[in-house]
Design a protein around this ligand. Structure first.
Ligand code: ATP
Ligand code: MG
Ligand code: MG
Length: 386
């Protein structure tokens, strides 16, 4: 299909699912990550690099072996990507290092969005991590507000909700010496997300808008399409398309949003890569988020994106490591296999409490039917047809 070699910075579950699609299209991939990382487990090339996407020498070695570079995580060494772009003029890097740099620092990301007239939760830079600086934020935003790490954030691990001034010390201790910013609390009624693909010619296309439910900051379930009005779906889609258009370069982007009670939609954050909220596309859509990303970065055509005919609804449930008994989380996977329209994806990772070990997709011809199947999988009902 494509003779160009694709290098991937990061070999976690997103890299693994990208490699699955690349294998299907005969696209050769080279992975940079630790030995036996999830993506490497399913690709037997001798070219893979054992190392880190944060290490300059490792990235340079990867660049020397590939025609196109992409990422499965934004926390990469951007200055080295810029260096190899200058060193190898024919090397393509998607998404562009500039975009990765703007997004991986969540405060720079906010400023960029604001400069492009995109609605976000109001934010303030924290210049010094002191009690006084945070008390001043409390004065300006009132409580609660969010204290967030600008960098290295995922699954809410860089966030602290400050409910009142007595929690400031605890917040500073939790986020230690990380670079911080503060965000006004968004009183959302739902969280929405949408995957947007940006092609090399700059055109943007949207997958369906979905609704995400987070438990303790970790994405738990995803309902596609979102169970909100058509008007709210249209506003979210329009905002997400506008958001991704504001960044240079191509590839897939995950756009996380807050839906407020008055129907307004705000951007929470964006990810310049495949995203947890897009996993349902593997079964629900003809072209998955991973294949769409591959097609974009390899310069292949991308048609309109949407549900497979007949499947009008989908639910994705993350398989998180059980808190008490390692492996207990597999019980829901076993139940999924009994169900028409249910599929299980396991990432080859060791079970640890709350770790994302896999996901379950349920597709059907109605949301009510998907919800019924979900209740069976989670043990809320004993009979899937009841
Ligand atoms: P991810 O794994 O999605 O990258 P993250 O660590 O970058 O997560 P955020 O997306 O900033 O974290 O926040 C995690 C969750 O915390 C959000 O999905 C939302 O539920 C809640 N949250 C974040 N910011 C706000 C806010 N300003 N107001 C209200 N809730 C918020
Ligand atoms: Mg994030
Ligand atoms: Mg998030």
């Amino acid at each position: 299909m494509e003779s160009k070699v694709l290098g991937v910075l990061g070999g976690g579950q997103l890299g693994r699912m990208l490699v699955e699609e690349a294998n299907r299209l005969n696209i050769k991939t080279v992975i940079l990550d630790a030995d036996n990382s999830p993506a490497k487990q399913i690709s037997n090339s001798t070219e893979h690099i054992i190392g880190s996407f944060k290490n300059s020498e490792d990235i340079e070695l990867l660049a020397s072996k590939c025609d196109v570079l992409t990422i499965e995580i934004e926390h990469v060494d951007v200055s080295t990507l810029e260096k190899v772009a200058a060193k190898y003029p024919n090397l393509q890097i998607h998404p562009s290092p500039k975009t990765i740099g703007l997004i991986k620092d969540k405060y720079l990301q906010k400023l960029h969005l604001i400069n492009h007239g995109i609605k976000v939760a109001e934010s303030l830079e924290i210049k010094e991590n002191t009690n006084e600086a945070l008390a001043a934020v409390g004065q300006e935003f009132s409580y609660p507000f969010l204290l967030k790490s600008r960098t290295e954030a995922y699954d809410g691990r860089g966030n602290f909700v400050v409910h009142n001034s007595t929690e400031i010390d605890e917040a500073l201790k939790f986020l230690n010496n990380r670079p911080l910013y503060a965000e006004k609390f968004a009183p959302f009624v739902k969280e929405l997300a949408v995957m947007i693909i940006k092609e090399q010619n700059g055109s943007v296309k949207s997958f369906p808008v979905v609704e995400t439910i987070h438990n303790e900051n970790i994405c738990h379930t995803c309902f596609a399409p979102a169970r909100v009005s058509q008007k709210e779906i249209d506003s979210a889609k329009e905002l997400a398309l506008q958001t991704v258009s504001a960044f240079p370069g191509c590839g897939i982007f995950g756009v996380e949003m807050f839906l407020l009670a008055d129907g307004q939609v705000l951007i929470n954050e964006i990810a310049p890569r495949p995203h947890n909220s897009g996993h349902y596309t593997i079964d629900a859509c003809v072209v998955s988020q991973f294949e769409a990303h591959l097609r974009a970065v390899m310069g292949l055509p991308i048609p309109e994106l949407g549900f497979v005919t007949g499947n009008t609804a989908a639910i994705m449930l993350n398989v998180l490591g059980d808190n008490n008994v390692a492996g207990k989380e597999l019980e829901q996977c076993a139940k999924t296999l009994e169900i028409e329209g249910g599929s299980v994806y396991l990432y080859g990772k060791e079970s640890k409490p709350k770790r994302k070990l896999g996901h379950i997709n349920i597709v059907s011809d109605s949301m009510a039917s998907c919800e019924n199947k979900l209740r069976y999988i989670t043990g809320e009902t004993e009979n899937v047809s009841s």
